[in-house]
Design a protein around this ligand. Structure first.
Ligand code: DSN
Length: 419
């Protein structure tokens, strides 16, 4: 275990921290991770993250830096940019955003001004904080109108989207979600944006890997700007990126630096380059397809066990469960599952009556367990374990029984990328 934790040199220098890293390794190795936004990176990504590229200040962009000594990191960043463009077929890529929120902040800054109206997906229907939530900068800086899902189908109500766009005439429409289990029709978003003279930004943070792997349609042909993160389905380091059409390139670059960030994290950009390289390999298409088929199996089994799955299933990497028929909150479900060794998160569901900290739903995703190599049959077993816990959240017998099964499954699938 110790050597796998990349912690050997830390052990003597900083035993306190090394012990914490080991504990986190142990936790990940012995639990089943169903958090839809998490994944396990490859050894190559982790190696790039741990390089001395972290030492270098490189404000600016390749060939136009503010400090000297940037010849090598220029090539690192250019490699990441070239690969990102190849993965997504984009005109331009900026790989400097430290995270998805920073990518979104920069995109807004490039495209619109404070006080402008944005039209984004309601957070309880699946939208992200940065798509206009009032507690977030996006809700404070902009006037916000929202669209959501249809009450019956629980799929995006594209007619409502069009009606809201006509009514509010937003400067920018934001597509993309954190907890929406269905394919998003970016062509319709593009059409609505054109009709009302709005720009279109698509946040693909969750589905970037599915797009790269060819199992979700790409927004690149329709969107002015696409933002994303590398750590979720794309299975790279924590970080953001922005893709855009050529005409927005200079505004996007200026909005990232100097507009909203200082020196780029060159070690993370190096790891992004590795991640984009991995995403270009044929094996990544197989991985992306397996994420989706595993999520389908998960949703089917949860439904077969009698749970209400929002929208009746999934087309992507996640499923959402409505816990109200079980008279249980998302928080209670999350805590009960964690006690049994299953890590998932409470989540608001469409038309939720509970606050987000409590929430009426549970979000489950398959990127991490697919990376660990869980077969469809094992995913089915995981779903039945989830159901057992949700049906008897306070039973110690069920908890112990499920925990034993979790440990057996985890033992069969060691954490990847640690050799
Ligand atoms: N925290 C991410 C998620 O879990 O979806 C979104 O930022």
């Amino acid at each position: 275990m110790a050597s796998h934790s990349s912690c050997d040199s830390l052990s003597s220098l900083d035993p306190e921290l090394a012990a914490l890293v080991r504990r986190e390794h142990e936790r990940q190795a012995t639990t089943i991770d169903l958090i839809a936004s998490e994944n396990h990176v490859s050894h190559a990504v982790r190696t790039a993250l741990a390089t001395l590229l972290t030492d270098k200040y490189a404000e600016g962009y390749p060939g136009r830096r503010y400090y000297s000594g940037c010849g090598v990191v220029d090539q690192v960043e250019t490699l990441a940019i070239t690969r990102a463009k190849a993965v997504f077929g984009a005109d331009h890529a900026n790989v400097q955003p430290h995270a998805g929120s920073q990518a979104n902040f920069a995109a807004y800054q490039a495209l619109i001004t404070p006080g402008a109206t944005i039209l984004g997906m309601d957070r309880s229907h699946g939208g992200h904080l940065t798509h206009g939530a009032e507690v977030n900068f996006s809700g404070k800086l902009f006037k916000v109108a929202t669209y959501g899902v249809d009450r019956v189908t629980e799929r995006i109500d594209y007619e409502q989207l069009r009606a809201m766009a006509r009514q509010h005439r937003p400067a920018l429409i934001v597509a993309g979600a954190s907890s929406y289990p269905r394919i998003i029709d970016f062509a319709v978003f593009g059409d609505v944006a054109r009709e009302v003279g709005a720009l279109l930004m698509v946040d693909v943070a969750h589905i970037a890997g599915l797009i790269a792997g060819g199992v979700h349609p790409s927004p690149v042909p329709y969107a002015d700007v696409v933002t994303g993160t590398t750590q979720k389905t794309l299975r790279g380091p924590r970080g953001g990126f922005i893709l855009c059409k050529a005409q927005h390139a200079s505004l996007i670059d200026s909005a990232v630096f100097p507009g909203s960030q200082g020196g780029p994290l060159m070690h993370v950009i190096a790891a992004k380059a590795v991640c984009f390289h991995e995403a270009l390999q044929p094996a990544f298409r197989t991985y992306a397809a397996a994420i989706v088929s595993n999520a389908r199996v998960m949703a089917e089994e949860l439904a077969a066990e009698g749970l209400r799955v929002i929208s009746g299933g999934t087309d992507n990497h996640l499923a959402l469960v409505d816990l109200t028929p079980l008279d249980m909150t998302g928080k209670q479900a999350q805590d009960a599952l964690e006690r049994a060794g299953i890590i998932a998160n409470r989540n608001s569901i469409p038309f939720d009556t509970r606050p987000p900290m409590v929430a009426g739903g549970l979000r489950v995703g398959t990127p991490a367990i697919t990376t660990r190599g869980f077969s469809a049959e094992e995913v089915r077993t995981v779903a039945t374990l989830v159901c057992r816990v949700l049906r008897a959240p306070t039973s110690e017998t069920v908890r112990d029984d499920v925990h034993r099964s979790v440990l057996e499954l985890c033992a069969r699938h060691p954490l990847p990328g640690l050799d």
